[in-house]
Design a protein around this ligand. Structure first.
Ligand code: G3H
Ligand code: 13P
Ligand code: ZN
Length: 401
């Protein structure tokens, strides 16, 4: 086998010695992203998957996929997810419960996705190991100041901060942008240094949602490449990481399955896996996936009702899911279908309830797609290479910087 011996081509920062080999339940994000960086420098290019969660069985499925791939992983909750579940503490409790119930043995971080400052502050004391401040609509200096404020509150707690440079297009519940604006690679190192952010989402042509359209043909992997080189030249690469949002592959098989069972998803187009792989090779260390799991869940729901006619009779929970599927053929947002179900049930194991069977199928579908993605992202097997730092140890290391 061809062995590469480079460990760090960049001069300044070397990875710190592992403080402990302990593997923790909900922990920090930096050690897992650093494990991906070290693997990449050794020639096994890797990024960690960050998967959006809204309800228990989705989280459980993600954990099962991570376990099968022996991958560290990120469970991330958007502002929409926080609203759906009733706030960061409820989300954190749901994630912790899924970890406990499945006796998940590998490193997991809970991250706030596309947060604002108020939600980020709420997350700081709630069990999140990382928060994103998405103020990329502001100009460069105002973006830096807004991020710096949260960094000053987060780092003393060992919590890391993700920011965004450039703007992604796409429409999600809390994110609306008509056009994307690419990130400027020459500004990346300065952004890290001035804002104190640990991770930076750089806009390079990906977009949120299932219809990535023309942007896919204009993906600018060179933006990742140039940004990462600039980081390396400034010795930033072991503590600072690039993030790819809007990275779902939108598998055509899932779209066809949904449409064959009454759904109406039009102009679906994802990022081809080889482009994600190229972006990882160029320096991406965290890859965000929400839409693919929404599709897997919607396909599961639609197939279940098609294959079990009348199963919803006598079950208000199932009947409510079916009603939304019938009335909204274009929806792929599971929160539409699950909004009527008691929130306690939505954040704990469905065992013994009328949704146990359908949620078991959701878990299995989500698990197999997450396992596939982790293998493609190169993070399979990285769990054992992830240092088991606690948030307290992270806080101590931030205070030494
Ligand atoms: O990037 C955004 C995620 O897809 C979250 O979407 O805000 O609708 O939960 P959401
Ligand atoms: P997708 O819509 O491509 O899954 O992107 C998700 C995302 O970027 C979450 O922050
Ligand atoms: Zn995003």
């Amino acid at each position: 086998m061809h062995e590469k011996t480079i460990v760090n081509p960049w001069p300044r920062v070397l990875p710190p010695e592992p403080a402990t080999s302990q593997k923790l339940a909900l922990g920090p994000i930096v050690p897992m992203l650093r494990a991906a960086e070290v693997a990449s420098l050794e020639g096994r290019h890797a990024a960690v998957g960050a998967f959006n969660i809204n309800f228990y069985s989705q989280a459980e499925g993600i954990l099962e996929g991570l376990r099968r791939a022996e991958a560290p992983g990120i469970l991330q909750a958007s502002r929409g997810a926080n609203k759906f579940q009733g706030g960061p503490e409820k989300i954190a409790k749901m994630a912790a419960e899924a970890i406990k119930d499945s006796k998940h043995p590998l490193p997991v971080c809970l991250h706030l996705d596309h947060g604002d400052d108020a939600t980020a502050i709420e997350c700081l004391g709630a069990g999140f190991g990382s928060v994103m401040i998405d103020v990329s609509k502001l100009d460069y200096d105002a973006n830096i100041s807004a991020v710096r404020e949260i960094v000053n509150l987060a780092h003393p707690r060992g919590i890391s901060v993700e920011a965004e440079l450039g703007e992604l297009s796409g429409v999600e519940e809390d994110i609306k942008a008509e056009k994307s604006t690419y990130a400027d690679p020459r500004k990346v190192a300065g952004f890290f240094e001035k804002s104190g952010a640990d991770a930076l989402a750089i806009a390079y042509g990906t977009s949120h949602g299932p219809s990535k359209g023309a942007g896919v043909g204009k993906l600018a992997i060179r933006i990742v490449d140039e940004s990462y080189r600039e980081m390396g030249a400034n010795g930033l690469n072991f503590e600072h990481f690039l993030v790819s949002h809007g990275s779902s592959t939108v598998p055509q098989k899932l779209v066809d399955e949904i449409n064959s069972f009454g759904g109406q998803i039009k102009s679906a187009q994802g990022i081809p896996m080889e482009k994600i792989e190229a972006a990882i090779k160029a320096g991406i260390r965290k890859v965000n996936i929400d839409t693919d799991l929404r599709l897997a869940i919607t396909a599961t729901f639609r197939r279940y009702f098609a294959e079990n006619p009348g199963i919803e009779r006598g079950s208000p929970n199932l009947a409510g899911i079916k009603k939304v599927l019938d009335e909204k053929p274009a929806t792929i947002d599971p929160r539409d279908c699950l909004g009527h179900i008691d929130k306690e049930l939505m954040r704990s194991s469905p065992r013994g309830s009328d949704i146990e069977e359908i949620m078991g199928l959701v878990k299995a579908r989500v698990a197999s797609h997450v396992e596939y993605l982790c293998r493609a992202f190169g993070c399979a097997g990285l769990a054992e290479k992830t240092e088991g730092h606690s948030l307290e140890e992270m806080a101590a290391s931030y205070s030494r910087q």
